[in-house]
Design a protein around this ligand. Structure first.
Ligand SMILES: C[S@@+](CC[C@H](N)C(=O)[O-])C[C@H]1O[C@@H](n2cnc3c(N)ncnc32)[C@H](O)[C@@H]1O
Length: 284
């Protein structure tokens, strides 16, 4: 057993995190300590000592050290909240981003307006989009596609945890035979594909460099997945069905053009709460 002062531990690691350039350093130190010891925020500021096992103490120190090296907080904590649910995350899967929540909100709005009954979430990662749509609407036929083995394990884990009836398909969307594995038609295709350019990849935040390259890099100037998913969608969308994408900053005109060149109608933009364009959509 070891006796520690949480107050000293907290203050010293706040300094370390600040020097490492972690902007939310106070909260992050707190969360990482709370991940191992059940303490209230107020206890941090009290000068009480705590008696904890050596193992717990070592685990706390290891997680603080890892985070100080800019290893992603969410990989250390093991979960990330998204649209009212926590998703399991870890190395090999993209951490769900808050920006993606407005994509889900728009999809839910259109599912309800048009009474859509089926969708495919392409490039599903943790499943945060697909599971949200399945849980938040009356939609009955749901499919999620992912081709990274590590990401697929998290997809399965999240599906099971939420008892989701989404059907998982381990598929590469660039596989020439992809349509053979998707023989039916759907009302909605939704995707947050990899969309970063080579230049973006050279300017990643230290945390993002720990996330899988295959979840980030979009080929063909960041647009490769949009071309491919639009082509697939032309075949597997019902008439009147919708395609809805998350996009990278500054990609809206390019992706709208891809949709229009492929005869998608009534194309438009999805804005986040700061009026930044985060997505685009169109109808077949
Ligand atoms: C930007 S992440 C999005 C994950 C999740 N939808 C989200 O919003 O957090 C893109 C995902 O596409 C997957 N992916 C990359 N290439 C793929 C391919 N050829 N076929 C299927 N999935 C692919 C990656 O493994 C990654 O999980």
């Amino acid at each position: 057993m070891v006796e520690i002062s949480i107050n000293n531990l907290y203050n010293s690691w706040c300094d370390v995190f600040k020097k490492s350039g972690i902007s939310n350093f106070k909260n992050e130190v707190l969360w990482l300590i709370q991940n191992h010891i059940d303490i209230a925020v107020g206890d941090i500021y009290a000068s009480n000592s705590y008696i904890i096992t050596e193992d717990i103490y070592i685990n706390i120190l290891n997680s603080l050290k890892k985070r100080a090296e800019r290893y992603p907080l969410q990989y250390i904590l093991g979960t990330q909240p998204f649209y009212t649910r926590d998703y399991f995350v870890g190395e090999g899967v993209l951490v769900p981003r808050n920006d993606t929540e407005c994509i889900c909100a728009k999809a839910i709005e259109f599912i309800n307006i048009h009474k859509y009954t089926s969708f495919v979430d392409i490039c599903s990662g943790t499943g945060c989009i697909g599971i949200t749509l399945e849980k938040e609407t009356q939609i009955t036929r749901c499919i999620a596609i992912e081709n990274s083995l590590l990401a697929y394990k998290y997809l399965e884990k999240n599906k099971d945890f939420y008892c989701s009836n989404i059907e998982l398909k381990f598929l590469d969307i660039f596989d020439k035979k992809i349509l053979e594995y998707l023989p039916e038609k759907f009302d909605l295709i939704v995707s947050n594909p990899p969309y970063l350019t080579e230049e973006d990849m050279g300017n990643l935040q230290p945390e993002v460099m720990h996330e899988p390259r295959e979840a980030l890099f979009g080929e063909t100037n960041g647009l490769g997945f949009y071309y491919r998913i639009v082509l697939i969608s032309k075949k597997i969308l019902n008439k009147g069905g919708m395609i809805l994408f998350e996009i990278g900053l500054g990609q809206s005109e390019d992706v709208i053009k891809i949709l229009q060149d492929n005869c998608f109608l009534n194309t438009s933009y999805i804005y986040d709460e700061n009026s930044i364009i985060r997505g685009v959509y169109g109808f077949k």
